[in-house]
Design a protein around this ligand. Structure first.
Ligand code: SAH
Ligand code: SF4
Length: 344
């Protein structure tokens, strides 16, 4: 914006005015930015797009987790989730409102248990489309978001440039002003990008979706492991942690796949090597997929083994199971319903 106004010989403070209208007053058009000259507003409307995502569906759940399905300008569907409080996510009590946002339409990484990967990859989200999810959630819910997790649809590190641009807007005093420590990026294990993130000055948090403590288990459920195997991933994590940054491991528990005692022992060793916390997440079943979560008893045993090793671990009693809050599920249902209607 600063560059735009400089090029048009307008005062530099115009950029601040626009940011104020966008992120403070949150208007829906350039026309509404009434302290800008009419000619300036008209030119902005000509040179920039001002499209907000359309809210297609909002699902609330009993524990008041809410899920939002948005339609973008090109008709793509994406989802976001608002989670009122999420203590187990960080292993500390909290009354934060967390927004879980998407970074891509679909996902190219095709993890075998995930609804987002089922229909393949369409495109990266623009930085504006990432930030717009937050604005739309706040508008729809009337709540203020104070915590953000990039755990919606897509692989954030495969859209690194736009992700970092979005984080800059979210972080900035002229933007949403949410502290970097309240922002968590989740990745399925893109080793080179993890190394790049290690050199970023912003203090966001990084979560690694491990889901398997050996190559054979990861190979079975996460195709990304064929590109960056466990040794390569853990070395990138070593590098990341060496820059004095803390890591979190996410580990979905899937019955008969990754929930054995042996996996727990190995997982604990990886976590201790990196001083990483472990967040165990019972698998959320996805329509059409064969996987299921282990019994409560097995989940507790797995947790117990981790703790015996001295690893810091929590077992998530996840919210939103009743509204299919696992990533990609709402979109998949809606897309399939629309395809069925078209096919009629
Ligand atoms: N692509 C990134 C971020 C989005 S997925 C990643 O994979 O980390 C966010 C988290 O949700 C990941 O840990 C992912 O493995 C998990 N997830 C996907 N499908 C799930 C399901 N059905 N039940 C529970 N967690 C799921
Ligand atoms: Fe993509 Fe993450 Fe789903 Fe894997 S778990 S398919 S990386 S969104």
């Amino acid at each position: 914006m600063g560059e735009h106004f400089a090029a048009h010989h307008e005062p530099a403070y115009r950029a601040k005015q626009v940011a104020d209208w966008l992120y403070e007053k949150r208007v829906d058009s350039f026309e509404a930015m009434t302290d800008l000259p009419a000619a300036t507003r008209a030119r902005l409307a000509e040179e920039f797009n001002f499209v907000r995502p359309e809210v297609v569906r909002v699902l609330g759940s009993k524990d008041t987790t809410r899920k939002f399905l948005f339609r973008l300008a090109d008709d793509s569907l994406i989802e976001s989730v608002l989670i009122p409080a999420s203590p187990a996510l960080y292993g500390e009590t909290s009354d934060r409102r967390t927004a879980c946002v998407s970074t891509q339409v679909g996902c190219a990484y095709g993890c075998k248990f995930c609804a987002s990967g089922l229909e393949g990859f369409s495109r990266n989200l623009e930085a504006s489309e990432i930030v717009d999810q937050l604005l739309a959630i706040e508008k729809e819910s009337g709540e203020r978001i104070d915590n953000i997790v990039f755990m919606g649809m897509g692989e954030p590190l495969a859209n690194l440039t736009n992700l970092l641009r979005a984080i800059r807007i979210i972080n900035a005093p002229w933007g949403l002003e949410i502290g970097a420590r309240h922002i968590t990026i989740s990745t399925s294990g893109l080793a080179p990008q993890i190394r790049k993130l290690a050199l970023e000055p912003t203090q966001f948090r990084l979560a690694i979706s491990l889901h398997g403590a050996t190559d054979d288990v990861r190979d079975r459920i996460m195709p990304v492991n064929q590109k960056y195997n466990l040794a390569t991933l853990l070395e990138a994590c070593d590098y990341y942690v060496a820059q004095k940054k803390r890591l979190l491991f996410e580990y979905i528990l899937i019955a008969g796949v990754n929930d054995s005692d042996e996996q727990a022992h190995k997982l604990a060793q990886h976590a201790l090597r990196l001083s990483a916390k472990i967040n165990l997440i019972p698998y959320n079943s996805v329509e059409g997929l064969e996987w299921s979560r282990p019994s409560r008893n097995r989940q507790e045993t797995f947790l117990h083994i981790l703790r015996e090793h001295g690893a810091v671990a929590t077992l998530r009693r996840e919210k939103g199971h009743d509204i299919d809050a696992a990533c990609g599920q709402l979109r998949l249902q809606t897309k399939r319903a629309e395809e069925n209607i078209l096919a009629l």
